[in-house]
Design a protein around this ligand. Structure first.
Ligand SMILES: [Zn+2]
Length: 352
């Protein structure tokens, strides 16, 4: 390799393969298939070059290496592994899974060329910088290829997968993993799915333009080196001009997620909608009593639709919003800025 890289990314694969070739710009792409399965290569890996174009465009950083191969192997412990310029894929994942799942896996492993290989987490506690970003880039590719709704579906599903597994997990930790041990236990739904969902929340917090500018700074500043969470925070603060201590404390160094119970009361005499938001998650060493949650509420009445911005930051608080008529529909967190939350909306009642 002509460029520095982490030793855990080195691999050799030996077997009976047929190589199917493609290219992106001047970068040769190789798909190593078992004899007899080569006709599937295009269907399974055909979007690789489109993904490279999208990732270069989003990050502003060219694909960092001189070739990119993907090889299937039998009885692999993982879905895929981002070995440098030579991604290894479980044959079952590529040959048996739906094209949709294969596409996410191909995007994920390719994204590691930027997030994981070009900049590598400094230690296993920082693994989310590899896996959260590779998971997020699956959604980012979908946003470019299929639009915002499919992007949000992917982020929402990742968030739901984390919340489901969190309910039964006895290995709870922050994205910055205080419990990290050098074994397979660190490759969990926190590092991957929660990581991806929190990166979405980060982008919503700093704004899309600032977010990708910061990613460009972060990658360029630390290329061919190790990174830690603080490097990412610094770049995000530089482009957004915001102090993000609260965000990183709550979402990266802290754990859990907010559970909200929302009471909605319309007061006809004052033409007010009172939203009482209670946070019901149990607080512990990692999980705060009260998350800080800036979000938008969409309120529809007979007279039209409007958006109200609120910032939830207490264990329980009431927001009084002006409305010109009785609400017929209320959408909490309108743009899904924070998919990582459980919300119980109580039915709207009318104050007497
Ligand atoms: Zn990965």
């Amino acid at each position: 390799m002509p460029v520095p890289h982490s030793t855990y990314l080195t691999s050799f694969v030996v077997g009976n393969y047929v190589k199917v070739s493609d290219s992106y710009k001047n970068i040769p792409l190789g798909f190593f298939m078992y004899p007899g399965t080569e006709s599937l290569a295009q269907r399974k890996y055909g979007k690789t070059k489109e993904m490279m174009r999208v990732f270069e465009e989003l990050t502003g950083v060219d694909f960092p290496y001189n070739k990119y191969d993907q090889t299937i192997v039998a009885k692999f412990n993982f879905g895929g592994m981002e070995n440098i310029t030579a991604t290894t894929m479980a044959d079952t994942e590529i040959l048996m899974n739906s094209d949709n799942l294969v596409e996410d896996l191909v995007a994920h492993e390719l994204a590691h060329s930027w997030f994981g290989n070009l900049v590598t987490c400094r230690n296993w506690a920082e693994l989310w910088l590899n896996e959260g970003f590779a998971t997020y880039m699956e959604a980012a590719f979908r946003e470019k290829a299929y639009g915002r709704a499919d992007y949000l579906r992917k982020v929402r599903e990742d968030a739901a997968e984390f919340m489901t597994s969190d309910a039964i997990s006895d290995n709870k930790h922050g994205l910055y993993n205080q419990l990290a041990r050098p074994d397979d236990s660190i490759f969990d739904t926190t590092a991957y799915q929660k990581g991806g969902a929190v990166i979405h929340i980060l982008r919503e917090t700093v704004g899309t333009e600032n977010f990708w500018k910061a990613i460009n700074i972060y990658l360029n500043r630390h290329k061919f080196q190790n990174v830690e969470t603080a490097n990412l925070q610094k770049a995000m603060e530089e482009t957004s001009g915001k102090n993000l201590d609260w965000f990183f404390k709550q979402w990266i160094y802290g754990g859990g997620y907010p559970k909200l119970n929302v009471k909605q009361v319309y007061n006809p005499s004052g033409r007010q909608l009172n939203l009482t938001v209670a946070q019901t998650q149990s607080a512990d060493k990692l999980t705060p009593e009260a998350f800080i949650l800036p979000m938008e509420i969409e309120i529809t009445t007979a007279n039209g639709t409007k958006i109200e911005k609120i910032e939830i930051k207490k264990r329980e608080e009431t927001f009084t919003l002006k409305v010109n008529d009785a609400p017929t529909k209320i959408v909490f967190d309108k743009d899904e800025k924070i998919p990582l939350k459980a919300v119980k909306m109580q039915p709207l009642t009318i104050a007497k």
